[in-house]
Design a protein around this ligand. Structure first.
Ligand SMILES: Cc1ncc(COP(=O)(O)O)c(C=O)c1O
Length: 412
């Protein structure tokens, strides 16, 4: 269906990326493109679902892996000093955050780190707060660790999402009344920037949340995997940087996988200032694999040499979002929420008057676009769809054309 037009990465110093290039990803065991029949029941859908970009990774990452392949040994390995330095340097340069080396723990994925954090710090029966609509594996991580989900649903005024901190304070009051420690709130999992609603939380929002967690002896697990993907006029604040006290009470989860399209490399890291929590985290991971040889190489190259790529990527994503927004304004019944961060666009389709099943059928059978269905993100997601706009513009154009046609058929 899609064919290679061009893939250019010119020059060695300032690399110029061609994000318009359409590269066929089918038959590469791509979870995004090669599972259409199995997941969606048809093979002609345009894949705009899972958070995986239709752009090649940065050239320096590919070069570093190629160079590593020249040494034909792939035995047991460990993170190098220079990888630790790359993380430390990046945290300082991008987020003004000073991270001592011993706080860093490398892991094969952010969801893996989330499971380890909960296993390490929460007991079965404990309550854990998440804020829906939210990245749906958060529900599973809480429940699979034997904990109970307390949903502090985001507030939505029709234009903007905010955290409902009054409601959260009430949740803490209610939970503190349980006589058994094991039924009280032990942790809160924050999504920052927030997938799927695209909010980049302000320093003030993060301070208030951090204080509330501190006051209530609640561990703050901050999933910041989308921190580099800034598509509004905003800055990302690392939750841990709001105060030294909040820092001690926070586990930060990050990875180059979204920013540089490296999800298949299984390379990420947790930053855990509290030494006891760090030990418990490592204990919770005993017996599990670490990051593989190529993942370590790719992660370091991305952190060290991905600046050009990231700058151009964010500019490209912003233009995709602008285009999508402009076109959607002309389609009755659809309302796009402009994200501040992430390349994921949250579209309110409630005005079409369909239930979740009808909306799913509409997207797959009529529009022939595979999105992430809003209801999977939990309460508050019903009637919405999440579109992944990290793709060449021509795919965005095709998607809007399909959407426009499908809505047109409904009304004609
Ligand atoms: C908020 C969030 N956390 C974690 C992940 C997955 O991370 P990993 O593949 O490193 O487990 C995603 C992927 O979309 C995500 O959006």
């Amino acid at each position: 269906m899609l064919e290679v037009i061009s893939l250019t990465a010119r020059g060695n110093d300032r690399m110029q990326y061609d994000f318009d290039a359409v590269i066929d990803r089918t038959n590469t065991n791509s979870s995004k493109w090669d599972k259409n029949l199995e997941l969606f029941g048809r093979d002609d859908v345009l894949d705009m679902w899972v958070a995986d970009m239709d752009f090649p990774s940065p050239q320096p990452v590919i070069d570093a892996m190629r160079e590593r392949l020249e040494h034909p040994f792939f035995g047991y390995t460990f993170p190098s000093d220079s990888l630790y330095e790359a993380v430390i340097e990046r945290m300082e340069r991008y987020y003004g955050w000073e991270v001592p080396r011993e706080w860093i723990v490398f892991t094969p994925g952010v969801v893996n780190s989330l499971y380890a954090s909960l296993k390490a710090l929460a007991n079965p029966g404990d309550q854990v707060v998440i804020q829906s609509p939210v990245y749906f594996p958060f529900f599973g991580a809480v429940q699979n660790n034997g904990c109970q989900v307390v949903n502090n649903q985001l507030r939505f005024d029709g234009e903007q999402y905010t955290m409902d901190l009054d409601q959260l304070a009430d949740c803490f009051v209610t939970s503190s009344r349980f006589p058994a420690r094991s039924h009280r709130i032990r942790a809160l999992v924050l999504c920052s920037p927030h997938n799927p609603v695209g909010r980049v939380w302000t320093p003030d929002e993060l301070s208030q949340l951090g204080e509330l967690c501190l006051e209530n002896n609640c561990v703050l697990i901050s999933d910041e995997i989308h921190c580099d993907l800034l598509v509004g006029d905003v800055k990302h604040t690392v939750t841990s940087t709001v105060s030294p006290e909040v820092q001690q009470n926070t586990i930060t989860l990050m990875s180059p996988s979204k920013t540089f399209n490296l999800a298949g490399m299984g390379a990420s890291f947790a930053i855990i200032p509290n030494p006891e929590w760090r030990a418990a985290f490592s204990q919770a991971r005993v017996g599990q694999a670490g990051v593989n040889v190529m993942g370590l190489v790719a992660m370091e190259a991305a952190l060290r040499h991905g600046d050009d790529y990231l700058k151009q990527l964010n500019a490209y994503l912003r233009n995709n979002i602008d285009y999508f927004a402009r076109r959607l304004e002309a389609i009755p019944g659809l309302k796009m929420l402009r994200p501040e961060g992430t390349y994921l666009v949250w579209v309110d389709m409630r005005a079409l008057g369909m239930d979740d099943e009808q909306l799913r059928d509409f997207m797959l059978e009529r529009a022939r676009i595979a999105t992430d269905f809003g209801f999977v993100f939990g309460p508050g997601g019903e009637g919405f769809q999440r579109f992944n706009l990290a793709c060449p513009r021509s795919i965005v154009v095709e998607a809007v054309d399909r959407l426009e046609g499908a809505v047109g058929e409904l009304t004609s």
